[in-house]
Design a protein around this ligand. Structure first.
Ligand code: DUT
Ligand code: MG
Length: 595
């Protein structure tokens, strides 16, 4: 996915604004606070200037000090008062920025999580987990930083600059112009800087995602790392990603160093100009000492915003690159979703499944993986799918709950094309035990009741019995309350498969799909499971991917897939008579069994 070529419905600032909903007025108060605070900055030099002119240097300074001593006190008191007020305003506005930024963070993060939940399988095979996590954390934090800090700095710099400029022009416009005339040059430098640093920030976000992906894959794949004793290799790999990120970070910081001396020189030039031009003005009697004190006490208010510009632009580019990544998720839409006039079907299906000339190819694949698949599973029947590894079995069953969309043909349940059904209603009625079992970090009971948490304990036990899991569960120290860790650490492959089968059964599905679910259990247990599947206390059409003849033998229909084509189809007896692929397979397996 090329993030930089994406067009979003809104630009990043409009997008931020949208997510400030409910806090916009408050944010505006915060911004006003910043403006006010910066205007209040002028009070100190203004009052100092007054004190100098009236009580220190003016012609009547000595008399003024005698006669108007109360005015001096009032001026001093005002200085303290305004300083106090400034502190309160700063405190208040900082609190506001923080509150609003947290609220934006909270809102966007929840929204993104919601978005992630609704994405389809293609999305998850495109994005890496570490990348998605980075967008939800690091990148999103850069967005928060924009609301909490960057905007404040922009407002602060501009209002300080503007207030000081107005004050200067008002006090002595000629001197003010002499000082201000150099400032536009800084904007040009900043513009050049921006062009240089923007692509570096984009690269930086990418490197951060890469580093996190590296860490995430290593942590979740820790068992493989250990099995192959590749710890040193992995440490080195991470070190490379980390170095790469750190180097890019450093390089990005260095860019400013190239522009910094120019901006700094310009900023430092201002007091010099003030001293030179101001001196001449004073000698000529065009400027009072008090005004000069006010100017020099405020010259930082013109110079500092310029110094800050680089920092602000840097942070803004960081936000810009990060927000692009966040917005890509924010505006991503699953390709597979409810059609406009999707049919509601809250009740159970009869369970008739029809594949009508279905072909399928993965979006990123070169060749179709399924060709012209047609078959019908009647209500309550069992259809077994066989075929060598990679022939398209999992791809075929993934089309039923619409994890993917066929490129050609149609799949119908009870005569309704699956794409016309509401996704929720369709999937709610399908019990699926996938090929790679994933159990949640929860109790065994919680895992079995995952699809329907309202079911009672005795039901959980019943379904565990159906899937031949009850025995080993009852032998565990805490039985159904045993916590199974991340990915079911502590359980064997066959045990996990049986819990996953119980989880699929526990929703009493109209359609049960099992993808090699008994591959890791022994023959005896498998027989037991087949027996209970035939005796379920609810009607259910079963589509079962299996390799063992013992499973397929009793199926109402056996489909043999080869390279995505239906090679053979029929009952055990029919296929045995045909003496084709299935027959050979039976011979091979029973032969092996007899050894
Ligand atoms: N394939 C993809 N992208 C995917 C999944 C699979 O291109 O996301 C390819 C790999 C394979 C073909 O599709 O060549 C069929 O894969 P499938 O997983 O359907 O094969 P299977 O019959 O389930 O194999 P196994 O018995 O190993 O589970
Ligand atoms: Mg498979």
């Amino acid at each position: 996915m090329k993030s930089n070529t994406k067009q979003f419905p809104k630009n990043k600032i409009a997008w931020l604004w949208e997510n400030m909903e409910g806090k916009r007025a408050l944010y505006f108060v915060g911004i006003l606070g910043t403006v006010l605070y910066n205007i209040l900055q002028l009070t100190i030099p203004y009052f100092s200037g007054k004190i100098v002119d009236l009580f220190l240097t003016g012609e009547n300074a000595a008399t003024n000090l005698q006669v108007h001593r109360d005015l001096l006190y009032r001026l001093l008191f005002a200085m303290v008062g305004f300083t106090f007020l400034r502190v309160i305003v700063v405190y208040g506005s900082c609190m506001i920025y923080e509150t609003v930024s947290q609220s934006v963070l909270y809102r966007v993060r929840n929204y993104l999580y919601d978005k992630l939940q609704r994405q389809d399988m293609t999305f998850y095979s495109t994005y890496r987990t570490g990348d998605l996590m980075t967008r939800q954390t690091g990148d999103l934090d850069a967005v928060r930083h924009m609301v909490a800090w960057v905007v404040r700095m922009v407002v602060e710099s501009f209002s300080l600059f503007a207030a000081a400029a107005v004050f200067f022009l008002y006090t002595n416009w000629k001197l003010a112009l002499c000082v201000l005339v150099i400032s536009p040059f800084v904007f040009w430098i900043i513009y050049l800087f921006r062009n240089r640093v923007a692509p570096m920030h984009a690269a930086l976000r990418e490197k951060l995602a890469q580093m996190n992906t590296c860490a995430q894959e290593n942590i979740s794949g820790n068992r493989v790392v250990k099995a192959f004793a590749r710890e040193d290799y992995e440490i080195e790999k991470f070190d490379r990603a980390n170095t790469d990120y750190a180097e890019t970070n450093k390089a990005t910081g260095m860019v400013w160093l190239k522009f910094f001396p120019i901006v700094e020189s310009i900023a430092n030039l201002m007091p010099v100009v003030l001293l030179a031009v101001g001196g001449v003005f004073m000698i000529r009697g065009q400027l009072t000492m008090g005004d000069y004190v006010a100017f020099s006490g405020l010259i930082w208010a013109i110079a500092n915003p310029m110094r800050q510009m680089g920092n602000i632009m840097n942070e803004f580019q960081r936000f810009s690159a990060a927000s692009k990544k966040v917005m890509e998720l924010y505006y991503s839409e699953p390709k597979i979703r409810d059609e406009e006039n999707a049919v509601s079907h809250p009740e159970r299906f009869e369970g008739k499944i029809e594949f009508d000339n279905v072909s399928f190819q993965y979006e990123d694949g070169d060749l179709p993986v399924l060709h012209n698949i047609s078959f019908t599973a009647h209500p309550n029947e069992t259809v077994a799918i066989m075929g060598e590894t990679g022939c398209g079995k999992t791809s075929l069953i993934n089309l039923i709950p619409r994890f993917y969309e066929p490129t050609e043909g149609q799949i119908r349940i009870d005569g309704i094309p699956v794409e016309q059904l509401k996704l929720y209603d369709l999937r709610k009625q399908i019990g699926l035990a996938t090929q790679d079992v994933l159990l949640y970090s929860d109790t065994i009971e919680g895992n079995i009741a995952y699809g329907d948490d309202s079911i009672k304990m005795n039901e959980v036990v019943k379904f565990a019995r159906y899937s031949a899991a009850a025995d080993f569960i009852s032998k565990m120290p805490e039985g159904y309350d045993t916590l199974v860790g991340e990915r079911g650490v502590g359980l064997s492959g066959g045990q996990k498969q049986r819990i996953s089968l119980a989880r699929a059964l526990a929703i009493r599905p109209s359609v049960l799909i099992l993808d090699d679910t008994t591959s890791a259990v022994d023959m005896e247990t498998e027989k037991q499971i087949q027996q209970s599947l035939r005796e379920l206390d609810f009607p259910c059409t079963k589509i079962v991917i299996a390799q063992r003849i013992s499973t397929t033998k009793t199926a109402d229909k056996i489909i043999v897939l080869q390279n995505g084509y239906i090679e053979e189809m029929g009952t055990h007896e029919e296929l045995m008579e045909k003496k084709g692929y299935y027959y050979e397979l039976v011979k091979l397996q029973t032969g092996v069994d007899e050894l």
